[in-house]
Design a protein around this ligand. Structure first.
Ligand SMILES: Cc1cc2nc3c(=O)[nH]c(=O)nc-3n(C[C@H](O)[C@H](O)[C@H](O)COP(=O)(O)OP(=O)(O)OC[C@H]3O[C@@H](n4cnc5c(N)ncnc54)[C@H](O)[C@@H]3O)c2cc1C
Length: 380
């Protein structure tokens, strides 16, 4: 049996940061992938949006101030600079490597890793047990023991089920949403500068931005961010309501439509020059008005129905796609100390996505991985 002071399970973003932050040489890291930090390669569309200059707890599902106070964005960037990574921030404060390549982030993280800790890649942890003061970690190749154990396994809580740690089940989040509406005509269409509201059970959340229509669902950063409302609900069911003209009050919009009556065209041509054709078709479908009505004959009530539909285009959400960026759920912070150690099981630590912390798109999830990984690494 190989014995270490500490073992980190998971060589993803947070596990790698944890390994690089420890001064202890007698530490091992185990990952079932044969490449360290493999997932980072696909982040930020291959560019890796590693953090955000505008970051506080309001971008997360829970308050993480106490952790950010220990390792914040500035310290994270200083850490990466020390590794040799040059970075820039875009107009939305999202930070990327100057090379615009996620590989650069993986390269600087991997450079010294094997000198810092012992690495066991392409090796899957199958079981964890606590025996007296030690943890026994069994993989498909070895049996290890250690005094301190770090769980950095991303969306995988299976491993520590027998350690009696309370964790809520994982559901996909930051994900495109599937709709029951027939969206064939809208496939590929984008509606920009919209106010998008997600409604699920008793929760409601809105965000401004762009919605991208897929053949059977909705995508785009706004949809990703709002998807957490559905992830946390009992059923992945609810509505997305799109206000196509959030800057126009209903009365102004009605007046605009009233003025368009003089176009003297059938209703199915009424929105030409005002809406994309497929969006206009959807508005007519949802307003349930006959496309042959002459615009001149539109009644006040019909104008009201059209304007209301433009501000409340509604899509029924019935599920999520499988390409989620993160999982919602995991070990609640109330189960953990400020050092991310289990309050129940001494010397057991959690970092990254396995904790019940999730942020919106924009570098927030990786920042949690860096912050939590660093805090734990310093204690090994
Ligand atoms: C497509 C995509 C794009 C993203 N883009 C961004 C972005 O631009 N910015 C951002 O902030 N966030 C982004 N994210 C989210 C971000 O990648 C995660 O929040 C982050 O990787 C979580 O880090 P982690 O260390 O908790 O888990 P991970 O990085 O998932 O690492 C977990 C590791 O544990 C290993 N593991 C699991 N179980 C076992 C086992 N039994 N035995 C051995 N090893 C095991 C896995 O192989 C993995 O390497 C993106 C995610 C995806 C999927």
């Amino acid at each position: 049996m190989k014995d270490y002071d500490a073992i980190i399970i998971g060589c993803g973003a947070s596990g790698t940061m944890c390994a690089l932050s420890t001064k202890n040489k007698n530490v091992a890291i185990i990952d079932c992938n044969f490449l360290p930090s493999k997932k980072i390669l696909v982040t930020g569309n291959g560019r890796c949006n590693l953090t955000n200059l505008n970051l506080d707890s309001s971008f997360y599902n829970t308050n993480i101030d106490a952790y950010l106070n220990q390792f914040n964005v500035k310290q994270t960037l200083a850490f990466f600079e020390k590794l040799g990574l040059e970075w820039y921030a875009d107009e939305e404060n999202r930070v990327y490597p100057i090379t615009n390549s996620a590989k650069s982030v993986v390269d600087v993280l991997s450079k010294d890793l094997k000198n810092k800790v012992e690495m066991f890649l392409d090796e899957t942890v199958l079981n964890i047990k606590k025996e007296n003061e030690k943890f026994v970690v069994s993989t498909n190749k070895n049996i290890f023991s250690c005094k301190k154990l770090v769980i950095s396994t991303g969306g995988n809580t299976e491993l520590f089920k027998n350690l009696n740690i309370l964790s809520s089940s994982f559901t996909p989040s930051l994900v495109a949403l599937k709709c029951s509406n027939n969206l064939k005509n809208l496939n590929g269409v984008r509606i920009s500068n919209a106010l998008v509201t997600a409604i699920c059970e008793n929760n409601k959340k809105s965000e401004m931005g762009e919605v991208l229509f897929k053949e059977d669902g909705l995508s785009g950063i706004v949809i990703f961010n709002l998807s957490s409302i559905f992830s946390r609900a009992k059923n992945f069911n609810g509505k997305i309501v799109i206000d196509i003209f959030p800057s126009l009050p209903l009365s102004t919009l009605k007046q605009k439509l009233e003025n368009r009556k003089m176009l003297n065209v059938p209703l199915n041509k009424f929105f030409v020059g005002f809406l994309q054709n497929s969006v206009a078709d959807e508005v007519l479908k949802q307003s349930k008005l006959n496309g042959n009505i002459d615009s001149k004959e539109l009644t006040e009530n019909e104008i009201n129905v059209l304007a209301t539909t433009l501000k409340n285009l509604t899509f029924n959400i019935v599920g999520a796609y499988s390409n989620n960026q993160i999982f919602s759920g995991g070990v609640d912070l109330s189960e953990l100390t400020l050092g991310l150690e289990s309050k129940k099981v001494k010397n057991l630590y959690f970092t990254g996505e396995v904790c019940n912390v999730d942020g919106v798109c924009g570098g927030y999830n990786l920042q949690w991985a860096w912050t939590s990984g660093h805090i734990v690494g310093e204690q090994l």
